[in-house]
Design a protein around this ligand. Structure first.
Ligand code: SAH
Length: 458
């Protein structure tokens, strides 16, 4: 039987947007049937063309905006549309924060059936621009030189870029300078089609607190033409450079980094601080891209953990130990677990660098290591999780329920999996106390949350 939908493909209809999706599209409803429309904002009235219909929802395109939202602003970035890296520049910053708070509330309720919990206003940035400390750009050829920038939205054509408004200015300058110097010395860009050429990507990393710069040249070949001249010019022209590294990726792949990394000049790492903790960052280390807001996020996690110096804490999904080290200042003992061996090497090195001794790190899957610890008698008063987008493994959640830590502090970059996991923990004897969203990525649709859960005494 063919289902009769309220709209057909190619219809022109007048709508009012009632919501924003998690990827920043306006939502219009026709007899309850949702249509997702890029660039539409809640409250706006528009004529749209229906461009695709599925069984449960459709897609449309704005033909004419009749009434605009008071929160609509003109995007500052000249390449906003082509790039696609930011999705919310057409919404005022206060509008973005309100939308993110609503999104978290709605998702917790819809997916997690978490009712009546306080979702605080999102902690945003005073200046929500120029916050990223890492730039990673693909390189292309042009007559007499190189271009570097971004892949045009939904394609692999490289568009040259002079500035990215969410990027540290220093990184913009570094990319420009490195591109010019390499081009001048005859380095050709890697070509995905022919698998020829040399330079694939340029990465720039900036220690916001230290001013130290790392440059990584990702190449197809081990050989880099005119290497010495390139290094001499980079070090002469870019103040703050501490490390120039080459990473070799010989494969036909979208993955940016290859397996081999070698230092061409200077140090293997640069340093930066989050709060009082010093971090050594190597070319391949994971390090938060917005350190200013990371501090806000971790301060919140620390506050929710409510440590007095007596507690044992487990930090699952600990990465390079950022949260773990942060918590050591107030905990008796912290155990961190993480699946990537190199990240744990960094975590141990960072503990040593800061003279921190009340922490232990282990490599492995949180869902295997923590049950093993539990069986050996290691339990936690506070358990912190900061999983990737897919959320926590069910085995881990079950172990938490069995172990019964007094508090669970859940740090999440994906409200949907957060909601699912909170439901499981609630059914296992926890109560969601409060939720604090933090804006780590202004101008984009991402939203990070810290949640406090406490064990319900029975
Ligand atoms: N807490 C860290 C990193 C969080 S990102 C910080 O704030 O910097 C999530 C981390 O979980 C990543 O480092 C990823 O490698 C790790 N991870 C993914 N699956 C895992 C698993 N099953 N067990 C343990 N760690 C895992």
């Amino acid at each position: 039987m063919k289902i009769q939908l309220p709209v057909q493909k190619n219809d022109y209809i007048d709508v009012t947007f009632v919501d924003l999706t998690h990827d920043g599209h306006g939502v219009a409803k026709v007899d309850g049937y949702p249509i997702f429309v890029p660039n539409g904002l809640p409250g706006e009235k528009a004529k749209i063309k229906v461009i695709k219909v599925n069984k449960g929802y459709g897609f449309g395109r704005i033909i004419e905006l009749y009434e605009t939202s008071p929160d609509r602003v003109k995007p500052d970035c000249p390449i906003y549309k082509e790039c696609g890296g930011c999705q919310l520049q057409h919404l005022s910053y206060s509008g973005q924060l309100k939308a993110k708070q609503k999104q978290v509330k709605d998702v917790l309720q819809r997916i997690g059936k978490i009712e009546n919990v306080t979702v605080h206003p999102v902690l945003g940035m005073e200046d929500p621009w120029r916050y990223r400390n890492k730039a990673q750009v693909p390189v292309g050829d042009r007559e007499g030189g190189l271009i570097a920038g971004f892949y045009q939205h939904r394609s692999h054509d490289i568009i040259d870029m002079e500035a990215c408004l969410i990027q540290q200015e220093k990184n913009d300058t570094v990319i420009q300078t490195v591109k010019e110097i390499c081009g001048k010395h005859g380095v050709r860009a890697y070509n995905e089609g022919t698998h020829k050429g040399t330079l694939r990507h340029i990465m720039a990393r900036y220690g916001m607190k230290t001013g130290e710069v790392m440059i990584v040249l990702i190449t197809r070949t081990t050989d880099l033409p005119n290497k010495k001249a390139i290094i001499d010019e980079i070090t002469a022209q870019i103040p703050g450079v501490k490390s120039i590294v080459q990473n070799i990726n010989t494969q036909r792949t979208n993955v940016i980094f290859g397996v081999e990394t070698k230092v061409l000049w200077g140090e293997e790492v640069i340093y930066d601080y989050i709060g009082n903790i010093k971090f050594a960052i190597s070319a391949r280390s994971f390090y938060q891209v917005n350190p200013e807001q990371t501090k806000v996020l971790y301060d919140q996690a620390l506050k929710y953990a409510g440590l007095t110096g007596q507690e044992t804490v487990i930090d699952a999904y600990c990465g390079i130990g950022t949260i773990s080290l942060f918590l050591t200042e107030k905990a008796k003992k912290v155990y961190g677990v993480e699946i990537v061996p190199e990240a744990i090497e960094d975590a141990k090195r960072n503990a040593e660098l800061n003279g921190i001794t009340n922490v232990e790190f282990a490599v492995g899957e949180a869902e295997r290591v923590i049950p093993k610890w539990y069986s050996e008698g290691i339990t936690a008063d506070v358990l912190v999780v900061d999983p990737p987008r897919k959320g926590c493994d069910e085995t881990l959640l079950q172990t938490i329920i069995d172990m019964k830590p007094k508090k669970v502090v859940y740090v999440s970059c994906n409200p949907a999996t957060l909601a699912r996991d909170l439901r499981i923990l609630e059914d296992g004897g926890y109560q969601t106390v409060e939720v604090q969203p933090v804006d780590m990525f202004p101008q984009t649709t991402h939203v990070e949350c810290v949640v406090l859960m406490s064990r319900v005494e029975k």
